[in-house]
Design a binder for this molecule. Structure first.
Ligand code: SF4
Ligand code: ZN
Length: 305
């Protein structure tokens, strides 16, 4: 049997090929590179301070559990920093229940404080109810807006100064293309890895944004992380799926495409973020509009229902 090519870092037999960089890596070196990459992303974008109180959105999927593990390791070197995991129960029967158990178990194992809140408690509706209602938009649009609100509210109540989410490189490149296709360069600002300071909003950071989805899966596998692999039953509705397939095809033909798309989107994003948040007329939460997007969507659903 022929030996696999040697690991670019240590010379042992490699197990993973990274087409966009040409590296071949053995399992331990692969694992090291993911942690190092997250550390580089954090310092390049000045994401954390030595005493940051970080709220991390943990869904129970591979990305959030991988990032939870890495942030926990990083935090061990910063005794004044703190991590609190937040899970949001959107109310998708048979899907979210399993993920929440996994998230709870992972936090227990790592000794991380974990809180859960739900769409039903905060907004009086589950995603199942929204999906079954007459509505104008795709289910994921409602889910995304409500989840962002729920996470911000929970992080603020926990007095966190950072809200970390585990968006990976694929998520970022997909969002970049979606924004481009909708002609919305303003929304490119939300792709910023280090986030913006805006009154009423906990600063959002995305330490996993340079980790491709495939590598996040490999990392979770090598770390023996138990994560939810079932897709959400509403995912098939999303336009994002077409973009995902397109980007995966392009990445295969031209390795590095996802990085290029993401980096280009960041260049297109407005460079100064001068918006100041006011308060929503309806719910009082911070918003840059008169009525926040959450209230707009909930009102639409009420009118239709
Ligand atoms: Fe929500 Fe859509 Fe994700 Fe399902 S796939 S959890 S509906 S955003
Ligand atoms: Zn509102």
């Amino acid at each position: 049997m022929t030996q696999p090519p040697p690991c670019t870092r240590c010379g042992r037999p490699s197990a993973y090929h990274r087409p966009y960089s040409g590296e071949r890596l053995c399992n331990p070196c692969f694992t090291d590179t993911i942690k190092e990459r997250v550390q580089r992303t954090i310092s390049r974008h000045d994401m954390l301070q030595y005493d940051s109180r970080i709220a991390l959105g943990v869904s129970g999927g591979k990305d959030s559990l991988g990032l939870l593990k890495i942030l926990t390791e990083i935090e061990e070197d910063h005794p004044n920093a703190e991590i609190i995991a937040i899970s949001i129960d959107e109310g998708v029967t048979g899907y979210r229940d399993e993920a929440l158990t996994i998230a709870t178990d992972a936090c227990k194992t790592l000794g991380i404080e974990h809180i859960t809140t739900s769409f039903k408690t905060l907004f009086g509706l589950t995603m199942d109810e929204i999906a079954a209602s007459p509505r104008e938009l795709a289910t994921c649009t409602y889910c995304g807006v409500l989840r962002r609100r729920a996470l911000n509210q929970a992080a603020r109540e926990l007095e966190a100064d950072r809200l970390a989410t585990a968006h990976n490189l694929d998520d970022m490149a997909q969002t970049a293309l979606l924004n481009l296709m909708r002609g919305d360069t303003n929304r490119m600002a939300t792709l910023s890895p280090g986030g913006h300071e805006l009154t009423g909003f906990v600063r959002r950071i995305k330490p996993y944004c340079d980790v491709p989805e495939r590598e996040s899966a490999m990392y979770a596998y090598l770390q023996n992380l138990r994560f939810q692999s079932l897709p959400c039953p509403y995912a098939a509705e999303a336009q994002r799926n077409d973009i995902r397939n397109f980007l995966n095809r392009m990445e295969k033909k031209r390795p590095g495409t996802k990085f290029t798309v993401y980096r280009t989107a960041l260049k297109l994003a407005p460079q100064t973020h001068t918006e100041t948040a006011g308060h929503c007329n309806s719910c009082g939460e911070p918003t840059t509009n008169q009525t926040c997007r959450t209230c707009q969507l909930l009102e639409q659903l009420q009118k239709k229902g």
